[in-house]
Design a binder for this molecule. Sequence first.
Ligand SMILES: [Zn+2]
Ligand SMILES: [Zn+2]
Ligand SMILES: [Zn+2]
Ligand SMILES: [Zn+2]
Length: 968
Amino acid sequence: MARTRLPNEAPARAEANGYRRGYHRETDRLTGIKQYGEKELKAQDFILDLYVTWCWKYGTDEQDGKPPAPVDRDSVRASVLRKGAPAPLTVDIKDFLRFYVKQSKGRINTYSSVKSVLKQAEPFFKGFARVTGTLTVEEEKSEVYKWVKRVLPTEGDTINQCLPKHNFGQPDLDRILLALWTRSDLKYHERYKIQFTFLIHTYCWTGARINAFFKGGLRYKDIHLVLRRRAGGHGSELIWKIDQRWVKNNRNPNTVVFSAAGKEHSRLLYNDGAMLLTLASADKALFGFDSLEDLWQQEIPPGETHVVLRWKESVEELPILRQIKKGIVTEDPWLLSSFTAMFREVLDIEGYSSGAGVHQIRRDLGKKVDRDYTEVERSQHILQSDPRIFGQSYVANTSSVDGQAAFLQETADHSVIEYFQGLEQFREPGAPIRLPKAMKADLEKDPEVVALQERASTASDSRERDEARKARERLLKRLEHRAFISFRHRWTRERRDWKILTRGKVSSEVDTDNGRLILLIPERARIADKMKRESGLTMNEMRDATRDLLTLCTRDYTVFFRPGEEPINGLCPVCNREMHTIEKRYRSDHIHGCCKKERANEIGQKVSCLRYCYDCMEWYVQGSEWDEHCQRHLSDLPKILGTMTYCSTLIKPAFCPFHLATNLPASERMQSWERDADALRHMKNEHLGKVNWPSAICCDKELEDEQSFYYHLSDCHGYSLQSLNATRKRKRQDDGTGQAKKKRKGGEEEEEEEKVKEEKYCEVPAGERALTVTRREADPTLPVINGDDTSRCSTNSRQAFTDAHALLDGAPHFRRAMSLCSSVDGDSERLGDYGFEPTDCFISRYVNPSPSPTPSKCPEIYGPKSQDPDCFISHFVKLPPPSPTPPAKDEHEAPLNRSLATTDRSIIQASIEGSYSNTSDSRNPKGPRIKLKLNHRPPKIILRLGEPSKDRRRAGKRQGGSKRRGKA
Ligand SMILES: [Zn+2]
Ligand SMILES: [Zn+2]
Ligand SMILES: [Zn+2]
Ligand SMILES: [Zn+2]
């Protein structure tokens, strides 16, 4: 029954709510004006702007095709696009579209295709009507469309051709997901992998457009979770509804959504439920459940079939798919570009040479849905209601009909069609994923690039220089992409030819060593195993997998610790040092070092005798044990010979191809380096000089010269050539600057960056093994601590420590020099036992250009965090008990210019220099001091050790005695 109201009641209520008579008169007068979406408006504005340019430059026919008297572009715009401006003549529109074609760049051809011209004509008419209010007559429009379709292509500039259309089907999905979860050369944060898997599933099941989950992000409120009793009545499973808010032309994304249902799958490869649950659990998003176990204990009340779950209110607006920056999951929605790049990379690595995108997925789903559902159902599911467009853009070029079977009335075989519709035909396993280094280097010789380079170097001001540089970068990128596409094309063709010529007897090009990292992480190994399984998992297996996924997703990836070397409660398991007091990139090395020492103690061996196998993650004793062990690995050496790091931790050292090819004992052949730069330097010093180019060093491949060898190392064996390039650059710069200078700073002599000096050999002291003296060039590519860390220990070169250890272990006469200052002077402090006082130890860091020449007390040693002098000693100085050195005559100033490398085969190329001074001045109140320098690379490490007074004499003598230097 209708409610009766007083006549005044309704107006009073409306006015109270803000109604004003005639307030919107102006806008309400307009009729027939469509509301356009953001994208449409952009397209209209683009083409109208171009139209204004055309009018401004060439004039319309109304003015006899002559540009009007010099007018600025703005007034042309004001005139041709004014309210009520007359519609342009058809002849003008045609001319304008010709202009559009000639200035365009096509994807397939030189110019835009017919399709893209048509795509411009429509927004032009619509935009013109919107801006001027003048509608173009329908006949004129259709005349223009027809002209574009039929006349324009005959003139040759624009052709009626589209990119071939293919589908992304189930085999492709399987392949990329397996690659993602089983290959270790795809280094993504585990959460990204989970997000990617979930999203690609969702695209495959829903056929959503790519923007659907990116424009405003997929938020928790867009998914409605329900727990349902399993079909057998045993346990429960997740089902959900996912809302697409960012659907094409949806102008009210906040209220209007398009939903699709989802459910779990028994194969892990297809189970987006497990992915969703992992993400939700990592975000602690479910109301009432703190953990997976809590959720799994949830029962469905007797007699009921469903339990509706909900999100915590605090997470409703939180995007499910998020960005990860520097290993930290942010609250920002995942970027489309990041997803597509990942998609692209996985496809590349699986050998797909054709691009694939979400639209191919959509097309494939559309085809399959079309087979089993009505047109209405299809258009609702994939949100494309226009059957004309579906027929045009959603059907692959190859017909879906098995004509032969239809004609012969046999059962249709669609596998053939699927092959030709799909992407499989473009796949060539092992196809290159990047341009070879040599070809990349050639691009720099492109005349256009050279011209830009010249412009940059001759630019008068910095802005011009920057612009030229940026333009060069852009050009290089473009050239590189083009070169890569044609290179891969050529490679694929050659490979296919080779298969034919060898009658199919070819070895696989696929690198089989890509699972290595997976094995290091048990969760990843288990997940990889379950992903591969073709049968369904049991409920418990799936739960285990979900737990593993959650562990992977939430683990701290700042540092990876080798198995058995994980910190316990944030402490080093050996020395109990707090991990957070060590810089991230040295944490695993610290524990590694501690474990080494512990192990050496256990088995009563010297630390320097231990060798670590990065494959087995085990320690071995140098000698026959290590040799036997290496022998086992020699047979299945990976193709990658360069180093591999994972989360700041070295997981594979670099090997030398020359050494590997020799007949030496296995341990020598498998000599390894912790940095590519060191291995490269070794090759340069030891082998490359003896090679007669061209030569086949490895891979049975003839290499022309040293440079092509380096390129081969990089392309084929995963070496990083960064240090090589940097060294060259530095050398070039140095040429102009001349010699290194010595500088006086604060009264103390300090050397600036040492410039390259040739290798020198010093005479071998009697009774000692040969020592190579290498003063190495500071390596500018090495990471240095930036900022205000004058107070920090200069531990920023991981290698420096390793080198220092080895150096001291393997350099007996250095130890002797050290022992001079190690006599005990009764101090109860442990450091005193070694002859030092805390204040005697300084470590300074020298960075080029040195920002902080002030030596600082190293907190690593004496800072509040560590009161442990052993730390210093063990890091730098291993002292044997003081040796009785016969006293000899005094020398007042005796530089101990001993630079040495270890005699051990790994030729560690650092040097130690010492100088002795017994002058006592204001800067040196303590009297005689020994200064020891570890010349490694920036930072140089300088230890200044005060010498206990008792041993002054002997110290002076000893150093003086051992300072003779020879020449190479
Ligand atoms: Zn430790
Ligand atoms: Zn091993
Ligand atoms: Zn070698
Ligand atoms: Zn090779």
